[in-house]
Design a protein around this ligand. Structure first.
Ligand SMILES: Cc1cc2nc3c(=O)[nH]c(=O)nc-3n(C[C@H](O)[C@H](O)[C@H](O)COP(=O)(O)OP(=O)(O)OC[C@H]3O[C@@H](n4cnc5c(N)ncnc54)[C@H](O)[C@@H]3O)c2cc1C
Length: 474
């Protein structure tokens, strides 16, 4: 009764939090406060293109996340509760867009196919670069130091599979999900299942992976028929892109009598006042006194807003990656200038991150997995290049001609003439500053300490901190 919950930040975390709070506490007032517009890093846009033969199309471009994995039940629940089933587009595990994922390894020309079946593990290339490390790991002795509770992804993979495996496969995976340096990312926070496999397999990740997991999974999500829809699905998105999800939550919230949405309203101060009441100050001068606060802000932003008496630990402990996203739309060529598949990742260069490298983290072949988003997929090819993260970037790295030159080299098979890419019909570049937090080793312990602090002291259980900086992406 008389509860007023303020949710700070209108990204997917803040939106879904406001959604669930309004359903769970219909008698409470929920105020969602966002500094600009709703959606956070999720941003989908349609652009109109025309080729030289008179074909035209509306093509959907994403500058943030583009696909989701069906293992996140919380999102399946949102799809069910918002009735978004008809808008979902899926990439089945059997499709070539799901099966074919590539690496561009600096030492090898062209793209190397990542194994998706036993027979592909046995391909000549994979037999020499992957299999020996995996086979050796299964018989290698337990080598985790006694008492160690976390380490970097690179250190974990180097211990078990050796430095070459850790640099090529490990760093590439981390580039694809976190746009970060695998030597800085916590294995337990980022890939908890790998850490658990090592324990389960008496020191061997491979052995542990073959044994069933005993970790219980939460089953109380209201996923309805969406769980069935997602059987045998590798990744999914929406016909109107990821923005459909945030848009549908926003539309729902706007219709609820117990929800108030304040956009273009940066919070500039947040804390517990001397009279023990919670207080939020907005840039507009408005002061809000909620009974509870849920912060879905980036952690360093919250750190800046908290008054000294209301401070909490570890909000500035992790760095965050910045990326440049370049969307390309090309006219379709015959034969296609890239193979079918999800796309490819580029590992950390053998000489480390330096300005002499391309700066490319990976490239997504969007037309393969997400062509259902476009009004005409038969005459156009869309691709997205992700750059930056730990790679230093200068304007000369990201100019169109330089990026296309690198793509040509990456897409050229050994012994073939250089792949010639057609002139792009549309190029869009978006710079994201500090967009993906990198949980460093010790993150889980730090978040436990943070949660313990919030339960007592000045906040006494009245502040909850959520969002990408707290949880994990996979
Ligand atoms: C390029 C890119 C690609 C990605 N790809 C994927 C993918 O394919 N799959 C996947 O699962 N994830 C992906 N991610 C990660 C995913 O986008 C994020 O984890 C997710 O969007 C984070 O949502 P959030 O609500 O926690 O934070 P945010 O989206 O950062 O939301 C925080 C909100 O707080 C607001 N805010 C900030 N300061 C204030 C203030 N003072 N007052 C009020 N409001 C404020 C911001 O404007 C923002 O709206 C990607 C991220 C990026 C950047």
């Amino acid at each position: 009764m008389n509860r007023h919950i303020a949710v700070l930040g209108g990204g997917i975390s803040g939106l879904s939090s406001a959604f669930h709070l309004s359903r769970r506490f219909p008698e409470a007032l929920v105020t969602l406060i966002e500094q600009t517009n709703l959606g956070g890093w999720i941003s989908s846009e349609r652009v109109h293109v025309r080729d030289d033969h008179g074909h035209s199309a509306d093509i959907l471009l994403e500058s943030g996340p583009r696909t989701l994995r069906p293992n996140a039940k919380s999102i399946l629940e949102l799809i069910n509760l918002l009735g978004l089933q008809k808008s979902v587009i899926t990439t089945p595990v059997t499709s070539s867009a799901a099966k074919n994922r590539y690496l561009h390894i600096h030492e090898i020309q062209g793209l190397v196919t990542l194994p998706n079946s036993l027979s592909s593990v046995l391909s000549p290339l994979m037999r020499t670069i992957l299999l020996p490390h995996i086979l050796r790991e299964s018989v290698k002795r337990r080598n985790r130091l006694r008492g160690i509770t976390d380490e970097s992804v690179d250190s974990f993979l180097t211990r078990r599979f050796g430095p070459f495996f850790a640099r090529t496969f490990g760093s590439a995976l981390v580039h694809g999900i976190y746009a970060a340096d695998s030597r800085e990312l916590s294995i337990r926070a980022a890939f908890p299942s790998l850490w658990a496999m090592e324990d389960r397999g008496w020191g061997s990740v491979v052995r542990g992976g073959l044994l069933p997991s005993a970790t219980p999974t939460r089953e109380d999500y209201e996923v309805g028929d969406v769980a069935d829809m997602m059987k045998d699905v590798s990744v999914y998105s929406f016909k109107g892109g990821m923005g459909m999800l945030t848009g549908a939550i926003a539309t729902y919230l706007e219709q609820q009598p117990n929800i108030k949405i304040l956009c273009d309203s940066p919070v500039i101060k947040c804390g517990v006042a001397e009279n023990d009441l919670l207080e939020l100050q907005l840039q507009s001068g408005q002061v809000i006194k909620p009974t509870h606060i849920v912060s879905a802000l980036p952690l360093p932003v919250l750190q800046e807003l908290l008054t000294p008496q209301s401070s909490v630990p570890h909000l500035n402990a992790n760095p965050a990656s910045s990326v440049e996203v370049i969307n390309f739309i090309f006219p379709k060529t015959q034969p296609p200038f890239h193979p079918t598949g999800f796309g490819y990742l580029v590992p950390r260069p053998p000489t480390g991150y330096s300005e002499s490298n391309s700066g490319i983290l990976g490239t997504v072949f969007d037309s393969c997995a997400l062509s259902a988003q476009d009004s005409d997929a038969s005459n156009f090819t869309k691709m997205t290049v992700m750059m930056g993260g730990p790679n230093p970037l200068t304007p000369s790295h990201t100019d169109t001609a330089t990026v296309l030159k690198h793509l040509s080299v990456h897409l050229t098979e050994p012994g073939e003439f250089l792949t010639v890419l057609p002139e792009p019909l549309y190029v869009r570049r978006v710079q994201h500053h500090n967009c993906i937090p990198t949980p460093t080793p010790g993150h889980l312990e730090r978040m436990d300490e943070l949660k313990t602090t919030l339960k007592k002291g000045a906040w006494a259980g009245r502040l909850e901190i959520i969002g990408a900086g707290v949880g994990v992406l996979v």
